[in-house]
Structures are given as C-alpha cells and as structure tokens.
Design a protein around this ligand. Structure first.
Ligand code: GDP
Ligand code: IMO
Ligand code: MG
Length: 432
C-alpha cells in the first residue's frame, strides 16, 4: 500500500510547480490535480519548447503516466478544450492518459461574468482575480447550486444550466453590471456561450470517473501518486491574506478533500519556493521591492503571469511566510527554484522577521492586510556567478550555498533540490 505524495507552492503561486511536477513525473504512476482551475498557469520547458497548462496536470507529456483532474478542481470546458487542442498540435493525445472526476465542478460563462461583476463592485478593494470564474464557481459549489462534470451526461443538463445562468444574470443585474459591455475573449456572453456549450462535447470524449475510488485503488495496488497543487499556500482561502486569496484550499489538507484520500494516506510533502518572492494581484506583500532591484527581479525572472500576462510584484524571500506555509502543509522536502535570476546581484536579502509597531515577530499577524509591516532583512553577499553550467549541487558557488543553508536552517526543513533554469534538465539534487 502506498501513500500520496504532494507537491505544492509555499508562496503566492508561480513557484515553478509545473516544471517540478514534470521533472518528478518519471518517479510516479499517477499525477492528480486537487484544487484550483484555469486561474493556474503551469509552465514546462523541454527540447526548447515552452508549454503552459491551466487545468490539465503537468504529467501529461509523459505518455505512460496517468493524469487525473480531481473532484476539487474547477473545469471551464472551453479553456479545457483549448488546452486539449494545443496538446494535440504537439502530438499529445490527452484522451489516452487523462481521466476526469465526475464530481469536479464546472465554470459557466456566467461565472466568468460574475467574477468581473464582483471585482467591479469592489472598486478599489479589488482582489486582482484572474477573472476565470473561480470565486463564483466555488461559491455555487458551497451553496449547493453547482453543476458537475458528471451532470453533462444527464438529460436535464441544459435545463439546469439555464436555471443557474438566470440566477447569475439576476445577481449581475443587482450589482448594476453592464452586461452589454462585458466580453469574454473578445466575445459577448451569448457568443461565448455557444462555443462553451459546443466544448462540452470535448469533455464527453474523456473518461469520467469516480476518482476517489480510482485513486484509493491505485494506492492499494502500490502505485505511486503525486498530487499537484495550484496557486500557493499564501493564497489559501483560510490561511492566506483573506480576502486577497483564491477560493480553494491550496494546502495539503486540500489534497484530502480534493482527491478523496484520508490524511493517513498522505506521504511526502514537497514544498516549492522561489529563492525570492513574487505576487500577482492585490494584497499584502511585506518584502515587496518598489525600486530597481524589484524591477530587475521582474525582468530577469520573466515574472509575467502565465495566465493573464500581468507583471508580477517582486521582493526578497520572506522566511516568516515560508515557515508558516511549511507548518500548515507539513512540508518534508523543500524545492527551491530560480536562484539563477539573482546570479549577478551584488547583494541578496532575506526577510527573517517582521517589525510591526516597533515590535519584532516571526508570525503572520491577523492584521496582515491592515498594519504596516517592515521586513527585518538579513543581507548576503551575491554569488556573482553564472550557475547555468552547474550539474551538481556541491558545484554551486559557496555564497549561494550559504544562502540556501540559511534558508534551510531558519525554515527547519531540508532542501531536496534546486532548479536553476526553466528547462526540465536543470535540477540539482542535494544529497546529504
Ligand atoms: P507555476 O504556476 O508554479 O507552475 O509557475 P509558473 O509557470 O507560473 O511560473 C514559473 C516561471 O519560472 C515559468 O516561466 C518557468 O518556466 C520559470 N522557471 C521555473 N523554474 C525556474 C528556474 O529554476 N529558473 C528560472 N530562471 N526560471 C524558472
Ligand atoms: P499558479 O497555479 C499566482 C491570484 C490572482 C489573485 C488571486 C485570486 O499558476 O501558481 P482567482 O482568479 O483565483 O480568483 O484570483 O489569486 N492567483 C494566482 N497567482 N499564481 C496562480 O496560480 C494564481 N491563481 C490565482 O492573481 O490575486
Ligand atoms: Mg503559474
């Protein structure tokens, strides 16, 4: 009997989960997404080609590995169809090795409309949502109004669809939302709806399963399962900087409800962190840099959203946030990405504590959004060296290893590996 290993982001998303899942897939039989939806943008690179996945798990390029979209995920059929078609163009037939939970909820075009309506209604307090309909679709799930993937096989699907859409239109009307001006991918709601309904056919071509039984059976048979997270722990609905969060449980606990596995069946938890921090969208970010250094991190790290193209806010590594994330997730192994972005920095900094109203703390305060937080920064001399040719962790510059040692000891979790480029081949494992 085996356990589910988990791989998830420890920061505000975009830590490099797509790349790392792709790298680890050969060690597993099944890769399963457990939450989130098309708000995610997971980038993979190999053979000089870049791929971006949103709903489909990042193990899809390994044809003999099974990929599962779990019950905790949201599927937008039209976006899903786009991903399937993009894979087909690259010679990957996803119908062969991708199964979908019948219990995964659907994002309707009108959920996307409501996402825009809610953001507009918030005015200056906008979340900075990806506008993929995540919040409204999870709201309907919790309110017990949602439509699920399995429902597309039922004869009353269209009737239920219409009913839910009407409710959404009423809500938008009450928010004084200008429906005529609303566009999805350049289309009116009615135009987009036609394409959306047609894309349900693509979904029907996939094997729709009771994924909780399927995954537990895999574990009984000793198969190795990796759960792939989306977003990051600091965007978690309960523990992130609420309300500037996403609408799902992005932490290890979400694996249990998002795939139907018991807590006792969770194995290793691999947490990913960049060697610095980024955040896209609104909300607190204590180590954010508004100067040239922040700009350099953004440019050198190509920190532009894989889903929305928005520039990501950049700053120094935040240890209090990282420790918090490790505590919430039970992280057993750290995977650090993108130190190469700081290769020619003369100085690199790490935030070891927060100063709030003259007092230092290493805990995330309840008032995270409202108090002024001054990061207490520890400075390191930059390694000032191109690390792209390193093939061994021990061959990394001593100053970079010092920085990583400090990270490891302050967080209290061992570093398993470091990623030094977007490419699949550039991963250095730390062997103790
Ligand atoms: P995800 O959402 O966690 O999968 O991350 P994204 O794909 O949104 O963003 C990570 C970005 O960093 C992508 O453009 C990756 O290709 C890139 N990336 C991943 N690992 C590394 C690394 O070690 N070094 C560099 N320079 N880029 C990386
Ligand atoms: P991956 O999986 C980074 C952010 C949005 C916004 C907030 C709420 O690629 O790491 P939502 O659309 O979920 O209602 O947006 O969460 N956000 C992400 N930021 N990476 C992501 O996913 C994100 N998914 C959502 O920018 O601030
Ligand atoms: Mg991303």
């Amino acid at each position: 009997m085996s356990k589910v290993d988990v791989l998830l982001g420890l920061q505000w998303g975009d830590e490099g989960k797509g790349k790392v899942v792709d790298v680890l897939t050969p060690e597993y039989d099944v890769i399963a997404r457990f939450q989130g939806g098309p708000n995610a943008g997971h980038t993979l690179e190999f053979n000089g080609i870049k791929h971006v996945l949103h709903i489909i798990p990042s193990g899809i390029f390994h044809e003999h590995k099974l990929n599962i979209i779990g019950n905790g995920v949201l599927i937008e059929p039209r976006i899903f169809e786009g991903e399937v078609n993009a894979l087909t163009e690259k010679g990957v037939d996803a119908t062969k090795n991708l199964y979908i939970s019948q219990k995964a909820h659907l994002i309707l075009p009108s959920h996307r409309m409501l996402d825009a309506a809610n953001e507009q209604a918030k005015g200056n307090a906008k979340i900075g949502s990806t506008l993929k309909g995540i919040g409204p679709a999870y709201t309907d799930k919790i309110a017990r109004n949602g439509l699920r993937v399995g429902d597309i096989m039922q004869s009353d699907f269209l009737e239920r669809y219409e009913l839910l859409k009407c409710q959404h239109l009423q809500t938008a009307h009450s928010l004084k939302f200008d429906l005529d001006a609303f566009r999805v991918d350049g289309m009116s709601l009615a135009e987009y709806e036609k394409l959306w309904l047609a894309s349900i056919e693509t979904l029907r071509r996939f094997k729709l399963i009771n994924s909780e039984y399927f995954i537990n059976r895999c574990l009984d048979e000793g198969k190795r399962v990796l759960a792939e997270g989306a977003q990051g722990s600091m965007l978690d609905i309960d523990f992130g900087s609420y309300p500037f969060v996403t609408s799902s449980s992005t932490i290890t606990a979400g694996v249990c409800s998002g795939l139907g596995v018991a807590p006792s069946r969770i194995g290793r938890v691999i947490g990913i962190s960049k060697a610095y921090c980024t955040r896209v969208g609104a909300g607190p970010f204590p180590t954010e840099l508004f100067d040239e250094t922040g700009n350099r991190l953004c440019q050198l790290g190509h920190e532009f959203g894989a889903t929305t193209g928005r520039a990501r806010r950049c700053g120094w590594l935040d240890i209090p946030a990282l420790r918090y994330a490790c505590m919430l997730n039970g992280v057993t192994d750290l995977f650090v990405t993108k130190p190469d972005v700081m290769n020619d920095f003369a100085e690199v900094k790490m935030c070891t504590a927060y100063e709030i109203e003259g007092r230092q703390t290493t805990e995330i305060p309840f008032e995270f959004n409202t108090v002024e937080i001054k990061p207490v920064l520890k400075s390191f001399k930059g390694w000032n060296e191109d690390i792209s040719r390193c093939t061994d962790y021990k061959a990394l510059p001593a100053r970079l290893r010092d920085y990583l040692d400090e990270l490891e000891s302050t967080v209290g979790v061992r570093i398993m590996a470091v990623s030094i480029s977007p490419d699949r081949k550039d991963v250095l494992y730390k062997k103790d």
